[in-house]
Write a protein that binds this ligand. Structure first.
Ligand code: ADP
Length: 275
C-alpha cells in the first residue's frame, strides 16, 4: 500500500503556491516492523520456557525436595540443563543481532575453503561417532587453490550449524557427508545426511527464525531454532545461496554456493618485469 501526502501552503483565501506530492511505500516498513515484533514475541517465549522450568525446580527444592538427597541431585541437574539452554539461546540471538548490525564477514585475503571445511568436520567427528554415524569428507573436487573472500569465523559458523543439524537429525547407523566442489565462478559445498528428512511444505520455512518441524524434538536435542536463520544470513552476506533438498524419512542435503575469489589477472607490466 502507498500513502499519499500533499504538502502545500494554502493561505486562507489564496490558491496554493505549489504542492509537493510525497509517495512512501510503507509495505516494506510494515513488514519489517511485524518481523521485529514477531521476533521479540518468539524470543520472549523461548526464553521464558527454560526460565519457568528453573523456577519450578528451585521452588520444589525449597518447598520439600531439599530434604530428599536422591531428588536433590536430579533436580539440580535439570536446572543446570535449562541454564545451558538459556545460554545457547542468548548466544544465538546475539549472533543474529551482531550479524544484522554489521556485515563484517568479508576479509581481504582469500581463504582456502578445503582447509577450513576439514577443521569443521574434524571438530564434529567425536560427536558423530558417539552417535554411531559415519562422517564422510570429500574435497577432492575442490582444488586446494579454491578460495573465497570471507572471514574464517563466518565460514565456520555456516558449516558448524549445518553439520551439527545433520548429526542431530540423523538416527544411529546413518551417514553424514560433507562434499566440496568448485566451478570457475563458485564453490559448492553439500552437507547431506540420511536422517529424518523435512516435509516438502516446510522446506522453505526452516530458514525462518525459531521455525522447527518438531519443536519438542529440537529442544530435546538442544536446538534453538535459530541455526538456519544464522546460516542463511551469513551466506547471503557473502553473496552466496543456500538451498535444501529433502525427502521425508530418507534424508536431507543442504547445498551452499559461494562466489569464488577471482585470482588477480597477471598484469602485462609485472610479467614484463619478471621476464
Ligand atoms: P534447531 O536449533 O531447531 O536445529 P535450525 O534453525 O538449525 O534450528 O533448524 C530449523 C529446523 O529445521 C529444525 O528444528 C529441524 O526441524 C529442521 N532441520 C534442520 N536441519 C535438518 C536436517 N539436517 N534434517 C532434518 N531436519 C532438519
Amino acid at each position: 500500500s502507498r500513502i499519499l501526502a500533499v504538502r502545500g501552503s494554502p493561505l486562507p483565501g489564496k490558491p496554493p503556491a505549489g504542492a509537493v506530492l510525497v509517495f512512501h511505500d510503507v509495505t516494506d516498513l510494515r513488514r519489517l516492523e511485524r518481523m521485529r515484533q514477531d521476533f521479540v514475541a518468539n524470543a520472549s517465549h523461548e526464553l521464558k520456557t527454560p526460565l519457568a522450568s528453573i523456577k519450578a525446580y528451585a521452588e520444589t527444592l525449597l518447598d520439600w525436595a531439599l530434604e530428599d538427597p536422591a531428588v536433590n541431585r536430579r533436580f539440580v541437574e535439570r536446572i543446570d540443563e535449562q541454564a545451558d539452554r538459556l545460554d545457547s539461546l542468548i548466544h544465538d540471538m546475539l549472533s543474529l543481532a551482531r550479524l544484522e548490525a554489521n556485515q563484517d564477514v568479508f576479509r581481504h585475503d582469500p581463504l582456502g575453503l578445503a582447509a577450513v571445511l576439514g577443521r569443521c568436520v574434524e571438530a564434529h567427528r567425536d560427536r558423530a561417532e558417539s552417535g554411531d554415524l559415519t562422517l564422510e569428507f570429500d574435497v577432492d573436487a575442490l582444488d586446494a587453490g579454491a578460495t573465497i573472500l570471507a572471514d574464517e569465523e563466518a565460514v565456520r559458523q555456516i558449516f558448524d550449524n549445518l553439520i551439527d543439524n545433520a548429526i542431530k537429525y540423523t538416527p544411529p547407523g546413518g551417514r553424514v557427508g560433507v562434499v566440496g566442489s568448485a566451478s570457475a565462478a563458485e564453490i559448492v559445498v553439500a552437507v547431506s545426511d540420511t536422517g529424518l528428512g523435512i516435509p516438502r511444505e516446510e522446506q522453505a520455512r526452516i530458514f525462518e527464525r525459531f521455525y522447527r518441524v518438531d519443536k519438542a524434538r529440537s529442544r530435546e536435542l538442544g536446538g534453538t531454532g535459530l541455526g538456519l536463520a544464522i546460516v542463511k544470513h551469513l551466506v547471503s552476506s557473502l553473496q552466496g545461496r543456500v538451498e535444501v533438498t529433502s525427502r521425508l524419512g530418507a534424508g536431507s542435503t543442504f547445498t551452499v554456493r559461494l562466489p569464488r575469489a577471482q585470482a588477480p589477472a597477471p598484469s602485462p607490466t609485472s610479467t614484463a618485469a619478471e621476464a
